[in-house]
Design a protein around this ligand. Structure first.
Ligand SMILES: [Zn+2]
Length: 307
């Protein structure tokens, strides 16, 4: 929902009360002052505190550390970082890819300073629907194990390389223990019905900042896919650093909540659990629940009771 904040209302009220404003005809109400066009005033004071944005950054380019990280830190924001495990430099496992990708120590710093979510983007970024099952499984399962052992944090999100997947790939992702899969497709995230094909909106060379702001204003949850920012974007996976800077300032000013895909999942799970417990409670008459627990004679189960 979009609401005008009290700040804007006060601004308009103050403008109306200004002595210079001409009185209305025949002593009627004062004429409403016309705001100059394109001031951005209305937009800048929207209350979007019930709107959520996920920054989903793919591939782990080194520019994430130099250009995105400082902005996240300044605004106390976070992101979901899709990492290709073969590309991590200076640390096990490192296949010493040519430069341009994040080092292990830098990813650790992003984790420590911004509480980012580490997501798997595979080991070598293949088209998973095109490779054989053994390779697809290795890419999905081992990348999770590698990231968890390198960073000591549970990895619950898989980002399909190129967004390429099919039913078989999604099933593997679920069987490997991931809770979410982020796709490359339009739409609104719905964790109830489609947790393994989460849609996104991509920030790429031709994306207009105003279109992104409009989208965030219209939708309660927006997942923004970004690969890298550049002062002078030249390839389609780059977005303008200036636009990205303005976007984060705008999100901050309008109180848009910025979280991770894992953060969305945890909130969804809490709601899911609440609904489940409500159903359990509704299924039993009053007092029956306590009875069920009280009636269990633990000693009679002959289970070992380690103390
Ligand atoms: Zn990718």
């Amino acid at each position: 929902m979009v609401r005008l904040s009290p700040v804007l209302l006060l601004t308009v009220a103050a403008a109306l009360a200004r002595p210079g404003n001409p009185p209305g005809p025949a002593g009627g109400p004062a004429a409403v002052p016309v705001l100059p066009p394109d001031t951005g005033l209305v937009e800048e004071v929207l209350d979007l505190s019930d709107h959520t944005v996920v920054l989903s950054v793919d591939d782990g380019y080194h520019s994430v550390f130099t250009d995105i990280y400082p902005l996240l830190k300044r605004h106390r924001m976070t992101m979901t970082l899709g990492i290709i495990t073969d590309y991590i430099r200076s640390g096990e496992p490192s296949h010493a890819r040519v430069g341009g990708y994040l080092r292990r120590s830098e990813i650790q710093e992003l984790l420590d300073s911004c509480g980012i979510e580490i997501a798997s983007h595979g080991m070598s970024h293949p088209f998973l629907a095109r490779v054989d099952s053994a390779m697809a499984w290795r890419e999905i399962r081992e990348s999770k194990a590698i990231l968890e052992s390198l960073f000591g944090t549970e990895v619950i999100t898989f980002i399909y390389p190129y967004g390429n997947m099919n039913h078989r790939v999604r099933r593997m992702v679920r069987q490997a223990g991931y809770k979410l899969g982020r796709a490359v497709r339009p739409g609104d995230p719905d964790l109830w019905s489609d947790r393994y094909r989460i849609p996104e909106v991509e920030l790429r060379l031709e994306t207009r900042l105003e279109d992104i702001k409009a989208r965030i204003r219209r939708r309660p949850v927006t997942v923004l896919l970004l690969h890298q920012v550049a002062d002078q974007p030249t390839v389609f996976t780059q977005w303008s650093t200036a636009d990205f800077t303005v976007l984060l300032e705008w999100l901050n000013r309008n109180q848009v909540r910025v979280t991770t895909l894992g953060g969305l999942y945890r909130e969804w799970w809490t709601k899911h659990l609440d609904r489940f417990l409500e159903r359990v409670a509704a299924a039993y008459p009053d007092g029956r629940k306590q009875l069920l627990f009280q009636d269990v004679d633990v000693d009679a189960t002959e289970a070992a009771h380690p103390r």
